[in-house]
Design a protein around this ligand. Structure first.
Ligand code: CP
Length: 311
């Protein structure tokens, strides 16, 4: 059944049943990407626009691949070569894109709340592909799918999210998602990267990485946003890596069957060592594979399912 919403703007306002519906739909779509001809006709005639105001490798590409595997027409707007550089407002950009009758706009923007604004300007669906430090819902959904696949169930697991919590939209979406599915979420990082009141989202917060790692079933490492280091959130990268970087020694504190996630791009030797990133516990590339299936499910449940049911 189709999601009873026009847009996917965040995990915070998703009901448990909606998260479960997206995950089970994504599981059923995974098989399409293993076929020789990786395509189903489900969204033939639909037009999906990727509007990215920030760089992206995984998210933009997998939204485009997901659209094409569903037989939708996917159009990428490169903001750096669009009329945005001439000063066009978000509203004007939105209205002009809408005039071309797309069915969905996927948007990434450095400012929190931009997808919500955009959704108010246009009648078609809007999907948040990451807004400021607010949310990155499709990332959290692919993370949940990756954990569910490996662990069977998410309820009761200890999930440690470690790094730059303050600037991380991935952390926020994952806190909402994993706690809603019944996991215990602990976030850890330097005090300067720990937003006040983060516990109100339902997680525990600590500056002690060992306590977060102890008995963890899942360790999610976050990218240190080196572009922000000029603001001096920690003394040196070397010191950050020594205290909060994940290496094989620190990983021993977690459960024996721990799995490691990272949304990418990774800074090798900063927040995660190459031995761990490329090691037997790492599911980093499985996350990327699952990103296509999750984004196919999002498009299907927003744009496709109702028609098949004759609604
Ligand atoms: N995980 C993620 O959002 O990666 P990109 O910035 O490459 O899209």
């Amino acid at each position: 059944m189709r999601l009873k919403r026009k847009d996917l703007l965040g995990i915070e306002d998703l009901k448990l049943e909606e998260i479960e519906q997206i995950l089970s739909t994504a599981e059923s779509f995974k098989e399409v990407s293993t076929r020789e001809i990786k395509k189903v006709p489900t969204l033939r005639g639909k037009t999906i626009i990727n509007l990215f105001y920030e760089p992206s490798t995984r998210t933009r590409t997998s939204f485009e691949i997901a659209a094409k595997r569903m037989s939708a027409d996917a159009v990428n707007i490169s903001v750096s070569t669009s009329s945005v550089v001439k000063g066009e407002t978000l509203k004007d950009t939105a209205k002009n894109i809408e005039a071309m009758r797309p069915d969905c706009i996927v948007v990434r923007h450095p400012s929190s709340g931009t997808p919500l604004m955009l959704a108010g300007y246009v009648g078609c669906s809007v999907v948040n592909a990451g807004d400021g430090a607010h949310e990155h819902p499709s990332q959290a959904l692919l993370d949940m799918l990756t954990v569910k696949e490996r662990k069977g169930s998410i309820a009761g697991l200890k999930i440690a999210i470690i790094g730059d919590i303050a600037h991380s939209r991935v952390a926020r979406s994952n806190i909402y998602g994993f706690t809603r599915l019944g996991a215990e979420v602990v976030v850890a990082g330097p005090p300067t990267m720990m937003p006040a009141g983060i516990e109100t989202l339902g997680c525990r917060a600590t500056t002690d990485m060992d306590s977060a790692l102890k008995g963890a079933d899942v360790v999610m490492m976050l990218r240190i946003q080196l572009e922000r280091q000029k603001e001096s959130f920690f003394p040196t990268i070397r010191e950050y890596s020594r205290v909060y970087g994940l290496d094989e020694m620190k990983l021993k504190k977690a459960k024996e069957d721990v799995i490691i996630l990272h949304p990418g791009p990774i800074n090798r030797g900063v927040e995660i060592s190459s031995e761990v990133a490329d090691g037997p516990y790492s599911l980093i590339l499985d996350q990327v594979t699952n990103g296509v299936a999750v984004r196919m499910a999002i498009f299907y449940l927003l744009l496709g399912a109702a028609k098949e049911e004759g609604k």
